[in-house]
Write a protein that binds this ligand. Structure first.
Ligand SMILES: [Zn+2]
Length: 106
């Protein structure tokens, strides 16, 4: 599945804390504070499947898409409501990771 939808930066910034940034490759890690994050409706492109920063490795779904998957009994995925999303030390990795250039070891 190719996901081209994009929602920009998640909100609110006070719950998305940059915890480290590699000087060499720019790899970033964030912690996400309770009570979770929200998609910014003013930067979301309105697509049903989309990505958002700083978690480009996750696929975000519109409420409509999530309900359709559940209603049709699809399997092989798990859903987390963004307002329940809390984590320590997650992030996008480096741009090299995203675009497949050389591995970089920290
Ligand atoms: Zn690095």
């Amino acid at each position: 599945m190719v996901i081209t939808g994009y929602a920009g930066m998640l909100l609110p910034p006070e719950r998305i804390i940059l915890t480290s940034r590699c000087q060499e490759c720019g790899s970033e890690r964030y912690s996400f504070k309770s009570p979770g994050v929200e998609v910014n409706p003013s930067t979301w492109d309105g697509t049903d499947f989309f990505r958002a920063w700083p978690l480009p490795n996750f696929i975000f779904l519109s409420d409509r898409a999530a309900k359709a998957l559940l209603r049709n009994h699809f399997s092989g995925f798990s859903l987390t409501c963004p307002e329940h999303f809390e984590s320590e030390g997650m992030g996008p990795g480096s741009l090299r990771d995203l675009f497949g250039e050389d591995e970089h070891q920290q």
